[in-house]
Design a protein around this ligand. Structure first.
Ligand code: UD1
Length: 339
């Protein structure tokens, strides 16, 4: 299939683009490069062993997105593009709603006009809100605690409503748990702008000496060691989930399918710091700090629906996630070269 990958220069988008190409698809990247660097592209081309078509376009701009779909002869869209920093979304809610909802609306509109029926969407386990029991299942109610989370809840609803109006749509809502790790080559990986909000890139930057220590946000949670537990999954497993979802959409009669992508196994913050220390060969310094507002004690998937319907399962271990993150971070201590 010829597939448009929005946000294809980003962390998850870049790994997925490579796997789509490896699976025989023609993946075309559209990215506004506001949170990604152009220097990822030659690295992707080196790994893919062929040139990759890239369009520098802001998908919230409707005529531009329409033009892409008009000319592209695409059969599917994989939609990653979006803003994802929780704290920033609290400070700039309108920017988050405008960007995240805007790109989804203009992509869906352009798909309708140019007869593209298939889309895979990057949703998040954040849609389970703050009171969900674990493990989390796809039929749980959705809610959110911050504007970023609400944009994911709302985008899911937009897809469901669009599919009621046009049942020929084939939509996959992929609810990611906590993606970490990097391509085994160490040449592509996660390169957040500014101080990382998420645990794994922060640990990696401390380990490589860019920051002093990891602050562990709370050790008084009702978990075995008191620190928060999450369902970390390797970005390569996550990318494989997208390839499997696209294959499934080609055969299903269901308009909207929702799948958790996680391992089903929780890891605590302390366990992750210890695992990373083993991977990098020295103790990663940390200090216990107060809880981060809005954090929940535990989040992990029931991944059984994806396993039974997609034949997909996250295979890689926490030690592999740490080893691959460390390879990327130690080879690229400052992330991608500046544009
Ligand atoms: C966070 C977001 C979530 C979003 C996801 C992906 C919050 C409250 N949730 O999920 O909405 O979908 O990122 O972008 O921001 N931790 C530390 N020290 C740190 C950073 C994190 O101890 O410096 C702990 C957290 O308390 C948590 C765990 O590490 O227990 C994972 O945190 P993080 O990587 O930010 O992911 P989530 O909070 O699960």
């Amino acid at each position: 299939m010829r597939i448009l990958v929005s946000g294809g220069a980003g962390y998850i988008g870049s790994h997925t683009t490579l796997q789509l190409i490896a699976a025989g698809h023609d993946a075309v990247i559209v990215d506004d490069f506001s949170r990604s660097k152009h220097s990822v592209v030659p690295r992707l081309e080196a790994l893919a062993g062929r040139p990759i078509e890239v369009h520098e376009v802001d998908t919230t701009v409707r005529p531009a997105t329409d033009g892409l779909l008009a000319d592209g002869a695409f059969e599917a869209v994989v939609h990653f593009a979006g803003l994802k920093a929780v704290g920033e979304s609290v400070e700039q809610p309108l920017a988050y709603y405008a960007n995240n909802l805007g790109s989804t609306l203009s992509l869906l509109e352009a798909m309708r006009r140019h007869d593209v029926r298939t889309i895979v969407f990057s949703s998040s386990a954040t849609v389970y809100g703050e009171n969900a029991p674990v493990p989390m299942k796809e039929d749980f109610p959705t809610s959110a605690t911050n504007p970023y989370g609400w944009t994911k809840v709302m985008q899911e609803q937009i897809f469901r409503d669009a599919a009621v109006a046009d049942p020929s749509l084939r939509v996959a809502l992929l609810r990611y748990f906590n993606p970490v790790g990097a391509h085994a080559s160490g040449t592509i990986g996660e390169d957040p702008s500014g101080i990382p909000n998420n645990l794994m890139p922060l640990i990696a930057q401390v380990a490589v000496g860019r920051r002093d220590k990891v602050l562990i946000y709370g050790d008084d949670y009702p978990t075995p060691d008191g620190t928060g537990r999450r369902d970390y999954l390797h970005v390569e497993d996550l990318a494989a989930g997208h390839v499997a979802a696209l294959a499934h959409l080609a055969t299903t009669d269901t308009s909207v399918s929702t799948w958790n992508l996680g391992t089903g196994r929780p890891t605590s913050v302390r366990e992750m710091v210890d695992a990373f220390s083993r991977a990098c060969g020295h103790a990663v310094p940390f200090e216990v700090a107060p809880r981060r507002p809005g954090d929940i004690a535990e989040s992990y998937a029931d991944p059984s629906r994806a396993e039974s319907e997609l034949g997909w399962r996250a295979e890689r271990t926490v030690d592999e996630m740490c080893a691959d993150t460390w390879r990327w971070q130690s080879q690229n201590p400052d992330g991608y070269p500046e544009d």
